[in-house]
Design a protein around this ligand. Structure first.
Ligand SMILES: NC(=O)c1ccc[n+]([C@@H]2O[C@H](COP(=O)([O-])OP(=O)(O)OC[C@H]3O[C@@H](n4cnc5c(N)ncnc54)[C@H](O)[C@@H]3O)[C@@H](O)[C@H]2O)c1
Length: 252
């Protein structure tokens, strides 16, 4: 019988995985059978997620990885490939930050940092990973974008520009890597994580968000993680260049 969601024998690298969505995705990929290199700018946070996975019976290792550092990306992708006997099957470019301000107050510095982490970080990690990604149809690059990059959002021109940039990145790379049988997709999540705490705890921001979410609730990070497993799995072997919103119906 054909199986669709079993990731046994596959290796994965997740960036920004010390907290929030990245941690939940690491746990979900491991639960599906993958060996996961949990990475984060905080090596300690990454190590504690890896320990949680191993304690629960999964397979994980960890590394400190600041995605804006190309040399660190080379080292981490090689470490992840070692978990997969030389192959790195699944790359999840999840690391991210926000630096909100209304447009007149945005600075060069916050604009640059946002691009360095989201766009340049995804570039570094994906380019470093590419020589290790198998071409037998199991290779996946999953980039994390946002509704902000699709519809725009107030006070986040820097973040929205970077996330929209990742959509172009995803589609162009999907076209380039189609000949190598590697799927490249993006996911636009919405979840209750440290990143969204300010929005969720501010009465006015929270009410505004609830008006925009048809399902009228925030997801926990583990609820959005399943969609990453789907894109990483054989069930998504004929899907490339797509942006999948997992946001309670906010973008449709
Ligand atoms: N939470 C949401 O509702 C939501 C919505 C849309 C998009 N996103 C995107 O999802 C991704 C994960 O968001 P989250 O909500 O889990 O955020 P989070 O703040 O909870 O976690 C982000 C993680 O990234 C790490 N990080 C920060 N800078 C880094 C760097 N330079 N290199 C490596 N790691 C770094 C942090 O240490 C942290 O562990 C981000 O790309 C974010 O933009 C989140």
């Amino acid at each position: 019988m054909r199986t669709y969601f079993d990731l046994t024998g596959r290796s994965a690298l997740v960036t920004g995985a010390g907290a929030g969505i990245g941690a939940a995705v690491s746990e979900a990929l491991a639960a599906a059978g993958a060996s996961v290199l949990v990475t984060d700018i905080s090596g300690e946070a990454a190590a504690s997620v890896a320990e949680r996975i191993n304690t629960a019976g999964g397979k994980a290792d960890s590394a400190a990885l600041d995605v804006s550092d190309r040399a660190a990306a080379e080292a981490a992708t090689a470490q992840a490939a070692a978990l997969g006997a030389g192959n790195l099957h699944i790359v999840v470019n999840n690391a991210g930050v926000t630096s909100p301000a209304m447009f007149p107050k945005l600075t060069d510095e916050t604009f640059r940092v946002t691009f360095d982490i989201h766009v340049m970080g995804t570039f570094h990690v994906t380019q470093a990973a590419l020589p290790h990604i198998p071409t037998d149809g199991t290779g996946r690059v999953i980039n994390v974008t946002s509704s902000a990059g699709i519809t725009g959002t107030l006070g986040q021109v820097n973040y929205s520009a970077a996330k929209a940039g990742l959509i172009g990145f995803t589609k162009s790379l999907a076209r380039e890597l189609a000949t190598k049988n590697i799927m490249v997709n993006a996911l636009a999540p919405l979840a209750a994580t440290p990143m969204t705490e300010t929005i969720r705890t501010n009465e006015k921001f929270a009410a505004n968000m609830m008006n925009r979410i048809p399902l009228k609730r925030w997801a926990e990070a583990d609820e959005v993680a399943g969609a990453f497993v789907f894109l990483a799995s054989d069930a998504a072997s004929y899907i490339t260049g797509q942006v999948l919103p997992v946001d309670g119906g906010m973008v449709m």
